[in-house]
Design a protein around this ligand. Structure first.
Ligand code: COD
Length: 300
């Protein structure tokens, strides 16, 4: 099982090249990431944005073979990139220097977007030095306040992606602030419902516990101290966040205070979609591209 992004990169480098279409690619870190992914052998970059500026920046960062789809405004870049993927001119979509909502709205566009009919959700993967394996987390980037049905969709998307990456039975924490089911705290009610669904075999294979607080989920000593019997404590693979703020703040705290690395993708689309952050370094952006390409390959 992959425990680091280095292993993920090794795995994706042994496969075919994907044409990765980058919406508004005029950014040195994005183009440097494209150069690195190209050197690893798993992408051909298709750059969407201002032609002259792109060629200038590509020369600066040393990016060679690439294609350009010229356009200007961020909304137009998002639309052109999404259409290119939808029409088969590219295989994978990637966010460049545009706002996340603009990017997601183009993906959701009813006429030319990448909707599959399923719920779309964001999956983030973190490599935190202090933890012994990759931590998957959803949804910290797209669905803002999911209800139970949406949470079941978010769980399904994440488990399907993890299955494609080789996880047979991931350990899942339906995160809350404590372990008590309280009708006044809807997240605890949803977490219990999800745990029941998983135990009844109504989800893809996993061991899901919830409601469960972060300390019990990640620290076996905390679980023992609180006399909580847990099969997942200290060994969680996937965090199911109760809302976007929880997952987002948790991830950003690892990135900021723990110098963690991460990768982000959108799931439930017709084609693989990369969702990084504009502030990511080139090295971090490569992880997101690699994850999307690996999922694309596994989906066939
Ligand atoms: N899956 C499938 N269809 C969806 C989804 C989804 N997750 N979300 C919306 N839709 C469909 C709706 O059914 C509707 O048909 C259409 O899309 C528009 O839906 P609205 O009006 O609810 O959505 P929008 O366009 O106002 O906003 C959708 C966004 C995804 C852009 C919005 O929810 C958003 O901005 N999310 C948070 C993004 C963000 O800031 N992330 C932080 C990253 S650092």
């Amino acid at each position: 099982m992959m425990k680091t992004f280095a292993e993920l990169l090794q795995r994706v480098a042994s496969g075919p090249r994907f044409r990765v279409c980058i919406a508004a690619a005029e950014d040195p870190a994005i183009l440097a990431a494209a150069r690195m992914a190209q050197a690893h052998g798993f992408i051909h970059p298709v750059l969407v944005g201002n032609d002259g500026r792109l060629r200038e920046l590509c020369a600066e960062v040393g990016l060679g073979r690439y294609s350009v789809l010229p356009c200007e405004a961020p909304e137009e870049c998002a639309a052109v990139a999404v259409r290119a993927v939808r029409s088969g001119d590219a295989d994978v979509l990637m966010k460049g220097t545009i706002n996340t909502s603009t990017y997601l709205r183009a993906i959701l566009n009813k006429e030319y977007g990448l909707r599959s009919g399923a719920l779309l959700s964001a999956l983030a993967v973190y490599e935190v030095r202090e933890y012994h394996k990759l931590i998957f987390c959803s949804d910290s980037g797209m669905n803002t306040a999911p209800g139970l049905e949406q949470k079941a969709g978010i769980l399904h998307n994440a488990l399907q992606a993890m299955q494609r990456l080789g996880f047979a039975r991931p350990k899942v924490a339906a995160l809350t602030a404590n372990e008590m089911v309280d009708p006044k705290v809807p997240a605890t009610v949803d977490a219990e419902a999800l745990a029941r669904m998983a135990a009844a075999g109504e989800t893809l294979p996993c061991i899901l516990e919830g409601p469960i607080a972060f300390d019990v989920a990640f620290d076996r000593a905390a679980a023992e101290h609180k006399h909580i019997a847990s099969e997942i404590s200290g060994d969680v693979d996937l965090i199911l966040a109760p809302n976007i703020e929880t997952g987002n703040a948790l991830g950003k705290s690892w990135l900021t205070l723990n110098k963690a690395r991460w990768a982000g993708v959108i799931l439930g689309t017709t084609h693989p979609v990369v969702l990084g952050s504009r502030s990511d370094s080139a090295e971090v952006k490569v992880n997101s591209i690699a994850l999307a390409c690996l999922l694309a390959r596994a989906a066939g």
